[in-house]
Design a protein. Structure first.
Length: 566
């Protein structure tokens, strides 16, 4: 499996949009006037969990192809397994699709809309002697099916008459039998080299209420049967799925060929998205949620769409990412840094600038009078003057970050140290005159003087150039906030690669969340907005937490740091 690494900084934007072989297929179909030149795709999630980044790629692909070729894309929930499905997941998926900027308009469907039609077609297959009721138990079904080196064996129930099969199937529908007593199978070829053609299951008994149909049904169609027929009913033209369904395509076609469907969809496969430092399995993500190893499906460390939305990723960054990685049939592993790079590129152009001090040290500027309060105007965004200015307050007491002071500095340390100068960003040059410590030797305060002729980026009065520039906030005109610093959820690039006796959870990163209480932020952030992104200068990109942040108790999530390798 190939690994797709982060592109070099010098790569042009044009070179970062990768190949999409499906566009070539559709272009040829339109040229040949297949489907009368129409393009109808669908995004068909199962409502059994929250969607993740792999689904985001599929959403962008299916809706994007329909948009690019003036077609339409359906949102259809393949709700054929009531044991795992829930209306909560349905609503979350709708929100995810909308957030990515797509609209299904009137084309919202459910496989359950077609339960009666699917059942009627199953009876038709029985009448055509192409389906039968099988009474093998689960273990016997596996044994009779064989494996990749051993042909399957015909079920002893395969020769049941059409009349007997119809009678049993109707009684299954009426609820006369227990779960596992019978299944309905297609009659194809038990010796086929393709395991999916060895009399695959069409229906099984499940006495579980359905989130839409209630107790109306006690037998439900299998996904591989319901999916192609739902496509056909909706007259989908291009049914796009991931490569694991490639071997299912012959059965997909068999269903279409053996039933009187109006639509004639064709299935096409592309490689699913695998990424370093992530797991892309709803089942495994559900484990993390159920075992409370994360705070929920929308934990900002999770690769779910709701998680990345809460973390502050933008739809534009995801669109850029999916274009950059392209669509192919070759399996590959995407470097997580590519995603972070797309996020940084987008946020750099939209994020409002601000200053925040996460580990504050107080600085007292001795040559300022008590009560001094000077307003300094700084750009909201350095390249977007239309966004206006923000007001900073230069006061006698300010905070700087502890990392920006060193009592015994190295030769390459150009920030603040005793006797040395540094420039406060957008403000003045200051020089450290004295270090105040408590009884334990901890630094609690710095006494400094400022050079009053050095406002902004101006040189000092004698022409000296100051190398170090640090961020700061007023100690008396600031706002406190909780800052949540998010790292990668897993500490290794391949989380599912584990030693014997362990599972993927052993690779969870214990430092994936660090919480900073009472960080000091410039006063303009008191009115921060949920729909905006902020660059805390020299720190990273942040957003308000959509759940926990309140006007009286601000909480900011780190979206991504300013540099790679956080």
């Amino acid at each position: 499996m190939n690994q797709v690494k982060s592109p070099a900084k010098s790569d042009s934007k044009a070179s970062l949009e990768a190949h999409n072989f499906l566009k070539l297929i559709i272009e040829k179909d339109i040229e040949a006037q297949k489907n009368k030149g129409q393009v109808v795709t669908r995004f068909p999630p199962e409502p059994n969990g929250y969607l993740h980044l792999g689904h985001a790629k599929s959403i962008c692909l299916n809706f994007g192809l329909a948009r690019d070729f003036s077609g339409r894309c359906h949102l259809r929930f393949d709700d054929t397994n009531p044991e795992t499905e829930d209306i909560e997941y349905v609503e979350s998926i709708k929100a995810d699709v909308k957030w990515l900027g797509f609209d299904w308009h009137e084309h919202l469907y459910f496989a359950s809309d077609y339960f009666q039609q699917l059942y009627d077609w199953a009876e038709l297959l029985i009448q055509k002697n192409k389906a039968y009721v099988c009474s093998l138990n689960e273990e016997e079904l596996r044994r009779y099916r064989g494996d990749f080196t051993t042909p399957g064996q015909d079920s002893p129930y395969r020769s049941r008459s059409v009349e007997e099969n119809l009678d049993l199937f109707r009684r299954m529908k009426a609820g006369e039998f227990n779960e596992g007593d019978h299944v309905l199978r297609a009659k194809i070829d038990m010796k086929s080299p393709n395991m999916n053609m060895r009399d695959p299951l069409l229906y099984r008994i499940r006495k579980v209420p359905h989130h839409r149909t209630g107790n109306k049904w006690c037998l439900y169609p299998m996904y591989d049967y319901a999916h192609p027929l739902s496509d056909a009913i909706e007259q989908v033209t291009h049914s796009i799925c991931t490569l694991e369904f490639q071997d299912h395509r012959p059965f997909y076609d068999w269903c279409i060929e053996n039933l009187p469907t109006q639509g004639q969809p064709k299935q096409y496969e592309f490689a699913r998205m695998n990424m370093t430092y992530l797991v892309m399995s709803k089942r495994k993500l559900l484990q993390l949620v159920k075992e409370k190893l994360v705070i929920g499906w929308d934990d900002p460390r999770m690769p779910t769409i709701s998680g990345i939305r809460r973390r502050g990723y933008t739809p534009e960054a995801i669109h850029s990412f999916t274009k950059r990685i392209g669509v192919s049939k070759a399996e590959s592993v995407i470097d997580f840094e590519i995603l972070e790079s797309c996020v940084r590129d987008d946020l750099d152009s939209v994020a409002h600038r601000a200053m925040a001090v996460l580990k504050p040290i107080k600085v007292v500027i001795e040559n300022l009078p008590h009560g001094h309060e000077e307003e300094i105007q700084a750009a909201v965004h350095p390249k977007k003057p239309e966004l206006g200015k923000r007001t900073l307050y230069f006061t006698k007491e300010v905070y700087i970050d502890a990392a920006d002071f060193m009592e015994n500095p190295d030769s390459d340390f150009f920030r603040l140290s005793p006797g040395q100068e540094v420039r406060l960003r957008n403000a003045y040059v200051i020089k450290c005159k004295e270090v105040i410590k408590d009884s334990t030797g901890q630094i609690i305060e710095l006494r400094c003087e400022y050079d009053h002729v050095t406002l902004g980026g101006k040189p000092t009065a004698d022409g000296r150039k100051i190398k170090g520039v640090i961020h700061w906030v007023s100690a008396t005109k600031c706002v406190e906030a909780e800052i949540r610093l998010y790292g990668r959820l897993f500490k290794v690039a391949e989380p599912e690669k584990v030693e014997e006796g362990q599972d993927f959870k052993s690779n969870l990163n214990p430092s994936s969340l660090r919480v900073v209480k009472k960080a000091k932020l410039e006063i303009s952030l008191k009115s921060a907005q949920l729909d905006l992104r902020y660059q805390f200068e020299r720190v990273g990109y942040f957003c308000l937490d959509s759940k926990d942040s309140k006007s009286e108790a601000l909480v900011f999530n780190m979206t991504v740091d300013l540099q790679s390798g956080y």
